[in-house]
Design a protein around this ligand. Structure first.
Ligand code: SF4
Length: 377
């Protein structure tokens, strides 16, 4: 069966960039009034010309979000199992060449983390690791997944790309969702930022969501790290193409999208293109119109002020009080962390900010009552 690679080969980065930049105010108005937002309309809504239409764009996005998802916002929280990594990515503190303390949680430590997370109210967990196939690979996942799954009603993973059969095996152990961000769809930029390890294989990563779809994983998460390539608009449009492909091919799965931003920081790499907060709002709202049923997530990388304002417009899933180091919930040790989150509010503080905006926080993604009883796993 064909996969997204064939579609990606037909897409011309420069041509898409030119077409987005050529969109006019008239194209944006047409897109905003169009009952169905397709490729051309999305290009208009992502274009520089759409910056002047943020208000009507946000209003339509908010209406669609409420129609499709009601007044709810779901919470999830990442559990970092390990900061070991066999890759070198220019933008990440876990890179193998960085001299930081390395730690992989054992069974007891995982249990303590799960208890601390449950005590905060979360029932939807995202397992995160660096990418270390030998030390934190299938054997490790087989050993620990069933215990973790028994404590949470939904379980997602953000780890190294795996084979289709491996995803099938993890699904049988209770895995519900997998996030695998392409980071950038521009092959040259990708090579520039992935210097060592298996992650250098652009194509293996690009084909991962197809393997997930074929393995019947319920939720598949896509993402671009905006700022890696020299045009975040084109990268986001490429992700839209990826989403369309997957939705048409693996229609049984749900899809979630994330738009983390690479921001300038002391000692870190400088973004090749800067996505401002306003441009992130524009992008999120444009995607809501393009894919009304897609889940849009916002992490604690963004500031409390920004999150409180943008969540009601288009966001369906948020993390809160994230610790980005192994063991961070039971025993906070910042020296092990991947990055310092920007929103450090407690889950209850984030929940009450949502309630003030008229939204209902939901602490789970699924309920056993709806047919995924642990005994069926
Ligand atoms: S981004 Fe992922 S693969 Fe790259 S160094 Fe960080 S943890 Fe490893």
């Amino acid at each position: 069966m064909a996969d997204f690679l064939q579609r990606w080969q037909q897409l011309n980065w420069d041509d898409i960039t030119l077409r987005i930049n050529a969109k006019t105010a008239r194209d944006v108005e047409k897109a905003l009034n169009s009952p169905k937002v397709g490729r051309e309309e999305l290009m208009a809504l992502l274009s520089p010309a759409a910056a002047a239409y943020l208000e009507p764009l946000a209003q339509r996005a908010q209406r669609l979000t409420r129609q499709r998802f009601g007044n709810t916002v779901s919470f999830y929280v990442p559990l970092y199992l390990s900061n070991l990594c066999a890759n070198d990515c220019t933008y990440c503190g876990f890179s193998m060449s960085n001299r930081i303390k390395r730690k992989t949680l054992d069974q007891q430590e995982i249990a303590r983390e799960c208890e601390a997370i449950r005590a905060m109210g979360f029932d939807n967990l995202l397992l995160v690791t660096g990418e270390h196939q030998t030390k934190v690979g299938m054997d490790y996942f087989r050993r620990h997944l069933p215990d973790i799954r028994a404590r949470f009603s939904s379980l997602m993973m953000e780890v190294q790309p795996l084979a289709q059969e491996e995803y099938g095996e993890l699904k049988a152990l209770g895995l519900d969702g997998v996030l695998v961000y392409q980071e950038t769809y521009h092959e040259g930029s990708y090579r520039q930022h992935h210097l060592k390890g298996n992650k250098q294989d652009f194509f293996f990563r690009l084909e991962t969501p197809d393997r997930l779809g074929r393995a019947g994983i319920d939720k598949i998460g896509l993402g671009t790290l905006n700022g890696l390539s020299d045009n975040w608009r084109t990268d986001c449009f490429m992700m839209a193409e990826h989403l369309l492909w997957l939705q048409q091919t693996y229609w049984q799965s749900r899809y979630s999208l994330a738009f983390p931003r690479l921001r300038p920081c002391a000692g870190g790499i400088q973004p090749a293109s800067l996505m401002s907060e306003k441009q992130l709002v524009q992008t999120l709202c444009a995607f809501r119109l393009f894919a009304p049923e897609a889940e849009l997530t916002l992490s604690t990388r963004e500031s409390p002020h920004f999150r409180d304002h943008v969540i009601p417009l288009a966001i369906t899933h948020v993390s809160a009080f994230s610790k980005t180091q192994p063991g961070g919930y039971a025993d906070d040790r910042p020296e092990l962390e991947q990055f310092a989150p920007h929103d450090g509010r407690t889950p209850q503080q984030v929940a009450s900010a949502l309630q003030t905006a008229g939204l209902q926080p939901v602490w789970k993604d699924w309920d056993q009552f709806l047919g995924r009883a642990p005994q069926n796993i």
